[in-house]
Design a protein around this ligand. Sequence first.
Ligand code: MG
Length: 220
Amino acid sequence: MRKIKISESTEEIVVGNIFCVGRNYAEHAKEMESDVPVNPMIFIKPSSSIISDGEKIIFPKISKLLHHEVELVIVIGKTARHIPASQAKNHILGYAVGLDMTLRDLQNEAKKHGTPWTIAKGFDTSAPISEIIRTEKIKDPQNLTIACKVNGVIRQNVSTSEMIFKVDKLIEYISSIFTLEAGDLIFTGTPAGVGAVQPGDIVEAELTGYTRISLPVIAA
Ligand code: MG
């Protein structure tokens, strides 16, 4: 059971399901040589993949190519299904910044063979996440900056205004198929600039002006 702390409080939430959105920024779809989807592309990580600030990202032996993907994460606060976009914000407890760590070589193989991405996306330590910033503190989730640095060098730095499917539409779409429960997370997709990390690197992710995490990469 993984827990995430809520900023400026002693409260924690227990992480439920982790929904992730693929190709939600046009420039990233382009760098992956992928088409922009008609509906959000959804996959799932196990909740056991969650780690927090200062923990270690373990580069598993089964891969030779580990990529960082910085993402805005929605934290669900109220259980429901069939949530209209207009009601979405009533179901959000807050936001966090997360890293959708990806075994790109295994993902590329999976894409080629049409097999699931589960291992490439859901291995242990594949979901580093920050503390949660409560919704009340965030004026507009589509006007935030998310950034990723490796060893102090900026790799990704983009406004969430560039998302193809916005937060309210993602909640409407996902909840039309899956019940969204309190404690569920939605990783909303990464902008362009993804790249490789190696054992010994330090990966930082930030929700600029709100919170940040810093984690070392180590060999398995
Ligand atoms: Mg991603």
